[in-house]
Design a binder for this molecule. Structure first.
Ligand SMILES: [Zn+2]
Length: 448
């Protein structure tokens, strides 16, 4: 009747104080009347056991058994698995769909059930009196991925939910170390989240050849933000602020800096942006073929030659389209012959455009990362079949995307550069007071 997968149940325990006390008091009161009443299977299923339904014969022979069950609160900690929803989890412990629906609706007022993540834990308290009517939920408590506490309660015949916001403090973390085999594994070993390490590697790759440069013993420093709750628990990692790596003792550094345009990027010691080049193929290369290159061509729909200002990638409708670089969405919507169209600005000089889309997943003003999903291939506007028309626009003029190897490094200047230098000085001061002394100290600490 109650199908709970083992993996989902961290623990299923019914020996709560309340239960024990209520059962015991009941037992004490009633033992004289019905001495056979304390069948432990009924009131206390063992740890890894599915909540057990008492077998019919016993239920028949022990008359007041339903009274025992009434006083039996059950608690379990349910872990969200892949494909689970709150609805499916509540149904899995025996709640009727109607009741689970009401619970989810109440929850929705303070929490988006779709935000639930695999591995998240729900602490559920319920009663299990009337098997036919399903379990009656008493409460559900869990922590959101942002650290807030959610409490769902059943009172006076209805569900209500409350959210308790958690105040998070941003704390800067500094991790130093030396590599053994790779920068990536050394940083992971030091507890730096994978996302932060990848970001550091990507930003530092402007100046480091990760295939050849790193040698065992090379030092690194990574500084990033973490969000902590009042008890100092790390709720989530924030942004990478600084990364430095010293192949052959020669420090290469990158600094996070928010430009006047409002975008945060990484800059080297000279204040030059270390932005990666734009993707030449903003969709899965295995799912497309180039059907029309940039340049003069015969118009596919009319009988004269004209300039083709982008590259066409033939791909099935629905193929995901990614942003070619970090940037801000400038346009996202219908644009005449272009059909559904997205325009992304990457810096003061470069934009990219994506046309004939079947779907648009972003809105103007949204900041996007390189390779972030922004839309899907389609055949909207003036198009003869499913394809992506991709343009790279340099200072307002379409250029050949296949020739744009590297975005020119935007260099900070004037007041912006002065502001950058201040931030750089603070980070340097905090991160590497004296690189040589620091490496020496690390070697000492490693030797010790
Ligand atoms: Zn085209």
């Amino acid at each position: 009747m109650l199908q709970l997968s083992r993996s989902r149940i961290i623990s299923l325990f019914c020996f709560t104080l309340a239960t024990v006390i209520s059962v015991q008091s009941f037992v004490t009161n009633r033992t004289k009347v019905v001495p056979v009443i304390t069948d432990p299977v009924v009131t206390a299923p063992s740890n890894n056991e599915v909540v057990t339904v008492p077998d019919e014969s016993k239920a028949a022979e022990v008359a007041p058994i339903s009274i025992i069950q009434e006083s039996t609160e059950k608690q379990s900690t349910l872990v969200i698995g892949s494909g689970d929803t709150i609805m499916s989890v509540l149904s899995s412990i025996g709640m009727t769909r109607e009741q689970a629906y009401l619970a989810v609706e109440a929850l929705r007022k303070v929490y988006n059930p779709k935000a639930l993540k695999v591995g998240q834990q729900l602490h559920v308290v319920y009663k299990n009196d009337d098997k036919a009517a399903g379990i009656s939920l008493i409460s559900v408590d869990f922590k959101t991925s942002a650290g807030s506490d959610i409490a769902l309660r059943y009172k006076n015949g209805e569900f209500s939910a409350e959210k308790f916001e958690v105040k998070l403090t941003i704390v800067q973390r500094k991790i130093t170390g030396t590599i053994n085999s790779s920068f990536y594994s050394a940083a992971l070993k030091r507890g730096v989240p994978a996302r932060i390490v990848k970001e550091a590697i990507s930003a530092l790759s402007y100046d480091i050849n990760w295939q050849h440069d790193p040698k065992s013993g090379d030092a690194f420093v990574i500084m990033y933000e973490v969000m902590e709750d009042a008890e100092g628990n790390v709720i989530k990692a924030g942004e990478l602020k600084f990364a430095a790596f010293a192949p052959k003792g020669n420090w290469r550094k990158i600094y996070a800096f928010q430009t006047n345009a409002g975008t945060t990027g990484y800059f080297n010691t000279k204040g030059e942006s270390v932005v990666k080049s734009l993707l030449q193929t903003p969709l899965d290369p295995s799912r497309m073929r180039i059907t029309s290159k940039f340049g003069r061509r015969k118009d596919p729909m009319q009988n004269y030659t004209k300039m083709h200002k982008g590259v066409d990638f033939g791909a099935p409708t629905g193929t995901p389209v990614m942003s070619a670089g970090d940037g801000t969405i400038i346009k996202a919507g219908w644009n005449g012959a272009y059909g559904n169209y997205i325009l992304v600005r990457h810096n003061s000089e470069y934009c990219t455009a994506y046309a004939h889309l079947s779907k648009i997943h972003v809105k103007p003003g949204t900041k996007v990362r390189q390779r972030q999903l922004i839309g899907a291939v389609g055949s909207t506007g003036r198009s003869t079949g499913a394809h992506l028309h991709y343009e790279v626009i340099h200072k307002g003029v379409q250029v050949n995307p296949q020739l744009v190897k590297q975005l020119p490094t935007a260099k900070l200047e004037g007041k912006e550069f002065a502001k950058f230098q201040k931030i750089k000085a603070t980070l340097d001061n905090h991160a590497i007071t004296d690189p040589i002394a620091q490496v020496a100290a690390q070697k000492l600490s490693l030797a010790g």
